[in-house]
Design a protein around this ligand. Structure first.
Ligand code: PBG
Length: 326
């Protein structure tokens, strides 16, 4: 008639912290920062309240704002002054991200991660060089091996500028190996590599593509990003990246893909990262704005859930707001 097992005994205020299985701290978080070569002042990003694109001159100030909240790591995305078919400004020594990294590395103690991809830099918005005629025929897609060289150049130029870590997100086969080899050749053995190992073709990237102006002009990314229906395939992707030398394996998006975070945690002994993406941020903000959700509570719960699933670190637009309160 009465229960013999009473889990509620462990839920008093006194003992809850002692038996808590997951925790979240500012040191787990990486804050995205957008640097914009076309802006001469900060420009708010409409679909991501609280975020802005900043000119290179403001990059150090922006990073210091992040660090004041206790978050020490930033990942940089760039909006270049011009775009072309081969994304030339992604790997230019005086590219917007390279200039920003130089200043941040010189002027702050932040841990600086460079996102390595071409989609913000190509005029067609794809993550690599596209096949001739792809505009008319959506079955024609990114040229894999030709793109590898450009990604490697991008990573090396970011490392030359002073990046502590590079994070390839183009979902090009072989990108981790190509980048690791190029970094090592250039004397950057100590620059870490975090691969977007399981990156899905997700509609949750919508606000980011507005923010970074990187939506594909034609077609979509399903020929290189993963099918959201697939789970086993994430292990394959992660295994390849681990073998090619990724130091950290990332899953993206975060919340809709907790099973993948959990799988990778069990399968690998390297740190696992989760990317709590722009759409996850925007939807909570939109609901909170309507008074339907408590923003701080749902943001915290989202990130704790990513930790519980097995993430060691989380890239999130909530980094500053949450760290301030942790
Ligand atoms: C690629 C990249 C994207 C995001 C991070 N790196 C865009 C994409 O794949 O379309 C999306 C991040 C987000 O939605 O927050 N450079």
């Amino acid at each position: 008639m009465y229960p013999t097992d009473r889990p509620r005994r462990l839920r008093t205020d006194g003992i809850r912290p002692l038996v808590s299985e997951s925790s979240l701290s500012a040191s787990d978080l990486v804050a995205p920062v957008f640097v914009d070569a076309t802006a001469d002042e900060r420009v708010p990003i409409e679909s991501m309240p609280g975020h802005e694109r900043v000119p290179v001159d403001e990059a150090v100030a922006r990073v210091e704002e992040v660090r004041e909240t206790g978050v020490e790591a930033v990942i940089l995305f760039g909006i270049p002054e011009s775009k072309d078919a081969r994304g030339t400004r992604a790997y230019a020594d005086d590219g917007v991200v390279q200039r920003a990294i130089r200043r941040i590395a010189d002027g702050t103690d932040a841990y600086v991660v460079g996102d390595v991809c071409l989609c913000e830099y190509t005029d067609h918005g794809h993550c690599g060089v596209v096949e001739t005629g792809a505009e008319a025929d959506p079955t024609l897609t990114v040229r894999n091996d030709e793109t590898l060289e450009l990604l490697a150049e991008t990573a090396v130029s970011q490392a030359d500028a002073g990046a502590d870590m590079v994070a390839p997100s183009a979902m090009t086969d072989g990108q981790v190996g190509a980048i690791r080899a190029a970094l090592d050749d250039a004397g950057h053995e100590d620059v870490a590599l975090m691969s977007y190992a399981a990156k899905y073709e997700s509609a949750f990237y919508g606000p980011f593509r507005d923010a970074a102006d990187g939506a594909p002009a034609f077609g979509d990314r399903r020929h290189y990003q993963m099918d959201p229906a697939n789970r086993r395939e994430a292990l394959r992707e992660a295994r390849i990246d681990a073998e090619e030398g990724a130091d950290v394996l990332m899953v993206k998006p975060g919340l809709p893909y907790l099973d993948i975070v959990s799988d990778l945690r069990r399968e690998f002994d390297r740190p696992i990262a989760a990317y709590n993406v722009s759409g996850e941020y925007a939807m909570l903000h939109a609901a909170a704005e309507k008074g339907w959700l408590d923003l701080e509570a749902v943001a915290h719960e989202s990130l704790v859930s990513l930790k519980r699933a097995g993430a060691d670190l989380i890239v999130t637009y909530f980094a500053e707001d949450l760290a301030d309160r942790l």
